[in-house]
Design a protein around this ligand. Sequence first.
Ligand code: GLU
Length: 241
Amino acid sequence: MCGIVGYVGDNSASPILIDGLKKLEYRGYDSAGIAVCRNGKITTVKTKGRISDLQQKLDEVGTPQGSVGIGHTRWATHGAPTDANAHPHSGSSGRVTLVHNGIIENASQLRFDLQAEGYRFASATDTEVAAKLLGKIVDKIIADEGKPDLFKAVRRMARMLEGAFTILATDCRQPDIVVGARHDSPLVVGLGEGENFLGSDVAAFVAYTKRAMEVDQDQAVCVSADKVIVADFNGNVVENP
Ligand code: GLU
């Protein structure tokens, strides 16, 4: 398993995400990437190789500005270590973006079903299946309820996935939250002052805060700069998580 990091706050997300990914390098990886939200837009930069390769790419294309983002180091299980297979992956409208550690066992069937509905894939990963599925669920929630609800959408997606996953997701229509979910793979939240962090382990954010909270098995978490809400996949909110 490799690394996941998320940030929501007032500071520039990119350096915090890169720093967190560096702290998770010991877990092993073959690719790295970040996605940052700003002004209703998500900018993704990703590459095969080392974090130094990602840094070089960021220097070339410009480091995304914004104070909400997600980052990932990948250990390939579905598809070769290539730029296209590196995370983050997006839903078909490009508004929803996610990173994933683990293996989605029913990805082939889900991909087949989504392809039958006309969804097109840019990678060979199981993760992009989750991204397309999440985008579809968010679209359905908007059609039904008139507004996006990423927290609800991630919980609904999590109920449909089999296998092991830690997932972090963003939606540029809800630019002040990052939503996470976990099953058989770890996820911790770092609690700061006016900022919060997510990581596959505390090393990702220990340089910024010493206060941390573990997300339990089969729980989802909605993190903003000053609030952390935990719920099970059916939406039952966990008091005092
Ligand atoms: N199964 C995913 C992939 O191959 C994620 C692997 C991981 O980094 O944990 O892209």
